[in-house]
Design a protein around this ligand. Sequence first.
Ligand code: JB8
Length: 463
Amino acid sequence: MSAPRLDVITIFPDYLAPLDLSLIGKARESGLVDVRVHDLRAVATDRHRTVDDSPFGGGAGMVMRPDVWSRAIEATAAGSDGSAGSHGGAEPDPREVVVLVPTPSGAPLTQATAQRLADELAAPDVRAVVACGRYEGIDARLVPALREHDGVRRVEEFSLGDFVLNGGEVAALALLEAVVRLLPGVLGNPDSIVEESFSDAAVLEYPVYTRPADWDGRAVPPVLLSGDHGAVARWRRAQSLTRTVERRPDLLDLLAVADLDRRDLDVLADAGVVVARDGALLGPLRVREAGEADVLALADLAATTFPLACPDPTTLADVRRHVAAHLSPAHWREHLADPDHHVLLLVDRSGLAVGYSLLLTGEAQGSDLAGTGIAVEGTRYAELSKLYLLARCHGTGAAGVLMAATLERAATLADAVWLGTNAGNAAARRSYERSGFAVVGERTFRVGDVDHLDVVMLRSVAD
Ligand code: JB8
């Protein structure tokens, strides 16, 4: 049976010399893969072996001719070009061809692409041809023509990322390195494939360490020297997850909540990532101070979230009256201008505000705490006037992220924080209790024309 085969066509065959080295070189020598490099100029017909011409429509640089490229790919697919590979030979190869074209406008190369190619090439009926362009690229008619060509199974244009190379050779090397190591028998220890980033769960690798255990005063994390294999595995998993949140939050969209256990979710929550009610991972959630530019976002958020906190019999008219009277953009402008009003925003990964809190200090806070008779002379109090989140964040732990940051902020302003919350809203009350608040009294709170009963809750923020 013939080995998985990859042909590379280029005007710089020497650029692919690294294919003789290391893992790929060994795999070629032992016949696990058949990699051959061809000079595009071998099929050029004129005296100067021309492969390019000036662009129609004008502009800088040169464009590679589609007729030359088509001949080169046909010759390579037919095995009739006679160029030397690791095992030489110009015998016809009946396999269908997948043509791979590196180009900055291609789809980003991923581990999934590499794995799919490796799986395909491990089967006996397909081989790959990589077409390395140079200059301004290859005439745009080549790819569609190849797609209609007999024996061509597929044409894939790919890119290594959002940067520009001088030609496709380095991208071809990268693709080959990514694919060949996944071919059967090439890696001695397949475990190391399974454990890697991007293989299944979309998380980054944990950091690795070796001797010396203390290097210039930099110690290896002690858990790795503990001999406790369970603890090591848990630490590594936590490192993978936190690194992913911090460095590649975009990968969180590929993480399936079903693959996460309770401990994973706790680690993610500490990093500001929570599970939304639709199962998507939300975050990393970050808290920042609101500014002038956030006035409309705040008014929007406040108007959207206020009704969610209203007790059942509240009418739409009452809500509207309250929003107009207290939560308009003008009100938010005033909050932001007042040094005793402190507005924090909870923002998601894309910077969108999903929650806010409002702390009132000094004279700005209401007198309801005083009304309970609990207030102690000489203690500085702050009122947590609002802490609201969009409905899709409710019950996710997102409020805890905002609460923690709000209490941290409050600790710089006061000794204790109090709040009033609707007496009938048991969920809100439980949530405040989890955040360290205790009920200390009652008050009435007016929405529109209706008075509601609130409980007053208090917690210390002094250390
Ligand atoms: C001419 O950046 B790249 C890339 C750049 C190229 C060509 C192919 C690939 C051909 N410039 O992936």
